[in-house]
Design a protein around this ligand. Sequence first.
Ligand SMILES: [Zn+2]
Length: 280
Amino acid sequence: MPCAPSPASPRTSRGPARLVPVANRTTEALVLRSVDFGESDLIVHLLVPDAGRLTAIAKGARRSVRRFPGTLDLFNHLRVQVAHRRTAGLARLEQATLIEAFTSLRREPARFALGCYLLELLDRLAPEGGARADVRRLFGFALTALHTVATLHRIDSRLRTLLELRALDALGLCPELRDCVRCGASLDSGVGEVAFSVADGGPVCGRCTRDAELFLHVHLGTLRALEQGLRFDLERLDRLVLSRQSLEESRRILDRFQRYHTGVELRSERFLDEMLGDAR
Ligand SMILES: [Zn+2]
């Protein structure tokens, strides 16, 4: 007579992993990225208001409609329950409920492209942890920026430029726009064009430039226009006028500046360039 299959191991014999202490927390979160993992799991990159960027595994997420009812899509603003093991390793996403889906971002290619670009920038540059006030501010920025992209009438290169600047500002990486980044002197308003150093993160006055260095050259008016863009409410950015020259110069600065910090070409960058007609 064949042997009966042996019963499943009792739960108590699974080994020490079950004894690792776990801390649970419930928080708001924004889905920055979601990647299939194994047969049925997802790895999700989240932005959370009290911890910055957080990577978590959602076990069985591609099967469990009950725990994750279509909620782990890009752009989604969620309330999540996360379990952290007090040893190294991925956090575990236990549950997620939808707060807001920003559905209009998925309906129009230009909105979708700009939304994806902003999320990718945050996914690359948001800190894991960090000062609580800073990451809360970053989370607030991310939600308002998505709302802006979802609702403003015109999605164009000017809006992209100003939102990109605001994203760098919220990340604590905003370029200096007012004074010489090397000596702190005010820029002479009579000069018209100034040298901009991507590596130094701002304009460099005539006394601090050396002949052999490579600079971008921008008009002072462009820096002043960008400074104004830092002060505007995000939802009113469409009212800010940028001349064609200022827009071209701003794009050059921000393209180089973003690449300097991320170190890569973002996956969504070419798609966004095509959607908005931005030459490179
Ligand atoms: Zn100087």
